[in-house]
Design a protein around this ligand. Structure first.
Ligand code: AMP
Ligand code: ZN
Length: 453
């Protein structure tokens, strides 16, 4: 199996530290707002990696964090706290905000058929571990304290800048905190100071809260040991977050931190960055509300290689859905699975093992469907492929999954009206639903079949 390693900037042969066991850590979401389809692209990308590892008979321990601490995001110096800001925006406590969006995240993972990580850990539940790690760094002389917090002294860590990119954003960060010895230095612990905060903890250095990077080092090393196989994130994590994670982890342990760094490219919508103000900010729920099966979105994701920027449009989703539905229909017409097609199984394995080349893997799927192999052999191989694709190809299409919640609610109301024999109102409701693009057929027991027009 080959994978691109951001450390070497090369596609490398994957050689685990302790096969068949694999330790893998993914930087999880900050739960201050809705996770959109750009975020979810990344997590589907991680899911594919996990599934491909399993396909290769590795035993994967996948750990992910939930950033529910109001850390100062990627720009510690501005003092902006996304969690506190989100709490004010949604008129919730920071704790309830975290709960709300953690649930939205795990729900989105579920409908996209993402295998849940073996461990999903909240940053707020590991504050002690983070403090312990900062203490080690302090004992080893890697920290200094200034007015607003305890900082990591990057000049003490000779190999700072593991990816060779750390300078990129440095310019933007200069002068914002003149007390820092070096603009690249970053906060390990921030003091609450005068600010009234909903989340703060006591520490040997004073009341406050951890810096962002430290949570990932503490959680990953606690669960996977000081050196582990794979760490993933978005490409925006490379220059600062992951550079700093490496510095503080290796400074503390004296050992190499991670062997393979995997980074996912971004998703654009209609060629633009997604933002609420542009009105092009979509969640998985929006995908459902527009009548699409979330797994059609998963299919669409797989059509672009994870290191390539992807452009989402509703047309591309429609095209992906058509292909996905055709694939499922073709599969439903196959005979019972028997012995698979070795030739295509090898091709599929070659594709996924070549730096997770999913577009190629999908091409193999279609080539197999069109091939002359017996139908039962196709079925057997496709069943295996679906362990990686995660598209539930052998499940019958469930109408519930593709009908928007809004329509389902109206249909229920109409069924209720019919039960009460208020047929005139029920008919009006049927017309209303028809205008929204769905035809209803009454079947036995007062139940309804819903058909998309
Ligand atoms: P945010 O909370 O929006 O700052 O995003 C958290 C992380 O999700 C980012 O650091 C990225 O790694 C990832 N992410 C955000 N937006 C996108 C996007 N449009 N496409 C892919 N990944 C994204
Ligand atoms: Zn992280």
């Amino acid at each position: 199996m080959k994978i691109y390693n951001t450390l070497s900037r090369k596609i490398e042969e994957f050689k685990p530290i302790n096969p068949p066991n694999i330790g893998m850590y993914s930087c999880g979401p900050t739960v201050y707002d809705y996770q959109h389809i750009g975020h979810m692209r990344r997590y589907v990308g991680d899911d594919i990696l996990v599934r491909v590892l399993k396909f290769n008979n590795f035993d994967v321990k996948h750990v992910m964090n939930i950033t529910d601490v109001g850390h100062l995001t990627s720009d510690e110096d501005t003092g902006e706290d996304k969690m506190e800001k989100g709490a004010a925006q949604y008129k919730l406590s920071v704790w309830d905000l975290a709960k709300k969006f953690e649930k939205q995240f795990t729900d989105s993972m579920n409908v996209l058929n993402i295998v849940p990580p073996k461990k999903l850990i909240r940053a707020t539940e590991t504050i002690e571990d983070q403090i312990e790690l900062i203490k080690i760094l302090e004992e080893k002389g890697f920290t200094y304290t200034i007015t607003d917090g305890v900082y990591f002294d990057t000049s003490k860590f000779k190999k700072y800048g593991a990816f060779g990119l750390s300078e990129i954003k440095e310019g933007a960060r200069v002068e914002k905190n003149p007390e820092k010895k070096n603009p690249r230095d970053f906060a390990l612990w921030k003091f609450s100071g005068e600010t009234k905060r909903q989340m703060e903890w006591d520490s040997p250095w004073g009341k406050g809260f951890p810096g962002w990077h430290i949570e990932c080092s503490a959680m990953s090393m606690k669960n996977l040991g000081p050196t582990f196989d794979i760490h993933t994130g978005g490409i925006d994590h490379i220059a600062i977050h992951h550079t700093n994670e490496i510095a503080q982890s290796e400074a503390a342990s004296g050992k190499p931190f991670v062997k393979y760094w995997v980074h996912h490219a971004f998703l654009l919508v209609d060629g633009q960055k997604m933002s609420k103000s542009l009105g092009n900010f979509y969640t998985v729920d929006d995908i459902k509300k527009n009548g699409f099966d979330p797994l059609a979105l998963r299919y669409l994701y797989l059509q672009t290689h994870y290191r390539q920027e992807m452009n989402f449009t509703w047309d591309s989703l429609k095209a992906a859905e058509n292909a996905f539905e055709k694939l499922k229909n073709d599969i439903q017409n196959l005979e019972e699975p028997k012995v698979g097609c070795a030739e295509f199984e090898q091709k599929f394995l070659d594709a996924v093992n070549n730096d997770l080349n999913m577009p190629e893997a999908l091409a193999v799927v279609w080539d197999l469907i069109r091939s002359d192999y017996p139908s039962s052999a196709k079925a057997e191989s496709l069943k295996k492929f679906d362990e990686v694709l995660g598209l539930n190809l052998f499940e019958k299409t469930s109408t519930k999954a593709v009908i928007p919640d809004e329509i389902l609610k109206l249909v229920e109301e109409r069924e209720e009206l019919r039960r009460k024999k208020r047929f005139h109102l029920a008919d009006q409701m049927r017309n209303k639903i028809k205008k929204m693009g769905y035809d209803l057929h009454d079947i036995e027991d007062g139940k309804t079949e819903i058909e998309k027009i």
